[in-house]
Each structure stands twice: as structure tokens, then as C-alpha cells.
Ligand binder design. Sequence first.
Ligand SMILES: NC(=O)c1ccc[n+]([C@@H]2O[C@H](COP(=O)([O-])OP(=O)(O)OC[C@H]3O[C@@H](n4cnc5c(N)ncnc54)[C@H](OP(=O)(O)O)[C@@H]3O)[C@@H](O)[C@H]2O)c1
Length: 316
Amino acid sequence: MSDQKIIAVVGATGAQGGGLARAILDDPDGGFRARALTRKPDSEKAEALAARGAEVVAADLDDVASLKAAFRAAYGAYCVTNYWEHFSPEKELAQAANMAEAARDAGLEHVIWSTLEDTRKWVPLDDDRMPTLMERYKVPHFDAKGEANHLFSDRGVPTTYLLTAFYWDNFIHFGMGPKRGEDGKLAITLPMGDEKLPGIAAGDIGACAYGIFKKGREYVGKTPGIAGGLLTGTEMAAALTRALGQEVVYNSVPPEVYRSFGFPGADDLGNMFQFKRDFNDSFCGARSLEESRALNPALQSFDEWLDRNKEQMPLE
Ligand SMILES: NC(=O)c1ccc[n+]([C@@H]2O[C@H](COP(=O)([O-])OP(=O)(O)OC[C@H]3O[C@@H](n4cnc5c(N)ncnc54)[C@H](OP(=O)(O)O)[C@@H]3O)[C@@H](O)[C@H]2O)c1
């Protein structure tokens, strides 16, 4: 027990960190122990983790002292921010800086930073094919994560920069599921044209991260990209049709139409999909199904994920 390496899991009550916490808890002889960080140790999710044997520790990403205490004596940490809680890239950057600072302070041997592309490397701010948002971003929730990479490297923290992918769970929890149009048909609406969208079961992200920790130092300094499938809108609609037993069509809209939908973050997501569409080779090329499966042999395909989750899909 004592020679088990502690992984401090930020977001352990959430999708990404939860997948990692479960992967560690499901493999008691794997050499790792899960320390679950949360602002709410009394929450149902935190208590469920404690009941399964995780060490639950109170910490807040806005409070560097709490992170330093929570990372102490750990071997590694999984670091993730939740942009959609506050819609602030500056807050995301500050929270990443706090995690990097705490990781250096604790002398962690391996940090996985859940990151995404800084799209401004492909679409500079003066490129008007998509609007600049919040004065200095193209895709705020991507750009801040990519910009934050250097906060870890500048501090000399041994870091794996993990490029994640679109959660298929967005079809259930993020309002992106099939919706009935005026013609009565179910449709998914994405501004992806005929390009492929790398996607993943959210829980598989943490399982891939576990595979990275198990590889020792092999992934330190690397930027692996993970996905469970690369599917076009038409292919996803066909899979949804099979799984749900009723026709789902793909409604491809221009990014500017998606940006105008008016829900919070529509402009950010419209730019995000346009980036994925317009730089599809680069975006897909950065995510490897083979490597993802090697890290996580139980990696789900879209069909497998649908079989397990179709009942939860709200069909509006
Ligand atoms: N949706 C997608 O398709 C997608 C794809 C790739 C990347 N992402 C990124 O994934 C991130 C969200 O990750 P997720 O889906 O795993 O989140 P989630 O399921 O919504 O859960 C958020 C987690 O973050 C923790 N957290 C948030 N603020 C915190 C703070 N100040 N201090 C401590 N813990 C905090 C929460 O812990 P407590 O509430 O217990 O404290 C919770 O465990 C976003 O930044 C998003 O951009 C999303």
C-alpha cells in the first residue's frame, strides 16, 4: 500500500477526472492511489469516491495554498479546468498557473494537463475568417488552455499535454443531441460540412490518462491527442439512427449561422467547429485512435458508446 503512487485528481467529481479516478480505483494492484480534489467533499459524488476508497481532499483551483496542500506527497496530478462554469479564459489561465505552481512546489514527477489547441497559431487575431472574441481570442475555451501550456513548462513541471476531443456525451448533457425540426425529423446540427469530428466518450479521457501515468516518464514533454472515433456528421447521424431506431439526419449549417444561435458560448463553439472544419487534417492528425486504444484498451467507439447511453438521450 505505502509504495503506491498518489495521483491527485483535479475534477475527480467531473467527467474527465472522474474517468481517471475510476480507472485507478478499478485497478487496485496497478500501483496508484486516487486522491480526489473537490470544493465540496460532502457532495454525493465526492462521498461516492470516498466510499470506493479514494482519499477525498478539499481544494479550490482559485486558492493556490489549497492546491499546494492537496498535491503534497503525491507522485502526479491530473489537471483540468472547467471553462463552462465561468466562461473566462483569464480565470482558466489563472487556475492553470495555480496548478502549475502547486505542482512545482510539491515536486510532482508527472502532471497531465488537459489542454487543447491555441487556435490563434492557425488563425491569427487579424484573420477575419472568424470573429475575434473577448478582444484576444478566436476560440476562448481552446486558446486559453493552449496558452496555459507554457505555465507548466516554464516552471519545469514534468508535464504531458493531453489533447482531448469532443465528448459524445454532449449529445446528452450539452444540448447538442438530436432535435426535432419543423418537418418532425430528428436532426443533429453542426457546422462541420463533410469533415470528420474527432470524438470520445468523456469517461475514456481519464482512462487514457491512466494509461499515460502507467507508462512512467515516456509521455513527459509530449502532446498526445486522444479520440475514440473520427466521424462526419453524416456518419454520426447514421449511427444515431441505428441506435435510436428512428431516423436522425445531419443538418450542416455554416459557422456564422451556428454562431448566431444565441445560447451562451454559441460564438465560441461556432468558431471552434469552424477551426476543426477548416484545419481538419491538422486537428484529426493530432489525435490517434491507435494510440488512444493502446493507452486504454477498453476505449469505446461511437457505436459502443451509443449502445450504453442511448436511453439517456433527450429527444426534444
Ligand atoms: N464538452 C466537451 O466536448 C469537451 C471536450 C474537450 C474538453 N472539454 C473541457 O473540459 C473541461 C471540463 O471538464 P469536465 O467535463 O471533466 O468537467 P465537469 O464534468 O463539468 O466537472 C467539473 C469538475 O471541475 C471541478 N472544478 C471546477 N472548478 C473548480 C475549482 N475552482 N476548484 C476545484 N475544482 C473545480 C469540479 O469539482 P467540484 O465541483 O467537485 O469542486 C468538477 O469535478 C472544460 O474546460 C472544457 O472546455 C470539454
